[in-house]
Design a protein around this ligand. Structure first.
Ligand code: FES
Length: 111
C-alpha cells in the first residue's frame, strides 16, 4: 500500500527513478525506496505508530520529523534508540517498535 506516497515531486523527482527496497517493521514487510527515511517509508505505508510510551503505553510516532523530539525512536537490527526520522531505510532492515517498559524496568531495572 503506497497511497500516501508522493509519486511526483518538483525537487525530488519522480518515484520511478528510485530503487525499490524492502524493510521489515515488527516482522511485517513494507516497500521503501532509496532515499526514504524509516519514518517516511512507514508513513507512506500507513504506519503511524512507531512505539509506545514507556510508562503510559500510549502510541507515539513522528512529531518533529527533524531529530529533536525522539518520539520516533525504534530499534533497528537490535540497536535501540534509533530515530526513524533521521535514519535512512536500507534493504532488508529489521525495525522493531519500542514497547512499554515493565514495572521493574520503570523503577530503575535494566533494559
Ligand atoms: S520525529 Fe522527532 S526526532 Fe524523529
Amino acid at each position: 500500500m503506497n497511497s500516501m506516497r508522493v509519486n511526483h515531486h518538483p525537487v525530488l523527482g519522480d518515484l520511478e527513478t528510485h530503487k525499490e527496497i524492502k524493510i521489515y517493521f515488527d516482522g511485517q514487510e513494507y516497500t521503501a525506496y532509496e532515499g526514504d527515511t524509516i519514518a517516511s517509508a512507514l508513513l507512506a505505508s500507513g504506519v503511524r505508530t512507531l512505539r509506545f510510551h514507556e510508562d503510559k503505553e500510549t502510541p507515539r510516532g513522528i512529531y518533529c520529523n527533524i531529530g529533536h523530539c525522539f518520539e520516533c525512536r525504534v530499534k533497528v537490527d537490535g540497536k535501540k534508540t534509533v530515530r526513524a526520522c533521521l535514519t535512512s531505510a536500507e534493504n532488508h532492515m529489521q525495525i522493531e517498535s519500542c514497547k512499554a517498559l515493565s514495572a521493574s524496568e520503570v523503577k530503575g531495572g535494566t533494559l
